[in-house]
Write a protein that binds this ligand. Sequence first.
Ligand SMILES: [Zn+2]
Length: 122
Amino acid sequence: MSLFYPGYYHTHEFSSTSAQMDANTAKREAASAKTDVTFLEHEVDRLSLISEALWTILKQRLDLTDEDLTKMITEIDMADGKLDGKKAKGGPRMCSGCGRPNARRHVRCMYCGELMKSGPFE
Ligand SMILES: [Zn+2]
C-alpha cells in the first residue's frame, strides 16, 4: 500500500484500534475463563470434601471398607464396558420388572410395561 494512498493513515489507525479492541476482548475472555476455572476448582474441592464426609459416615455406620467402595466404583465405571474413570452416560437402563435393558427415553419397559425408574444420579 502506498503512503500516498488517501486512506492509508485512517486504515492503519482503524486497524490498530481494531487490534487493540481484539486484544482487550481476549484479555477479558481470558480473565473470565480463569474465573470460571477457579470456580470449578472450588466446586470440585467442595464436592470431594462432601463425598469423603459421606463415605466416612457410611463406613462407620455400616461397617464398610474402602475395598467395598473401590469395588462399587469399578462396577459403576464398567457399566458401559469401559474402565475409564467416568460414569456411563446414556446407556441402557435395566427394567426392575423383567431385568431387560431399555433405552433411557422409554418411560415404560418395552418388554413388560413396567414403569421405568430413574435414580437420583440419572
Ligand atoms: Zn420389563
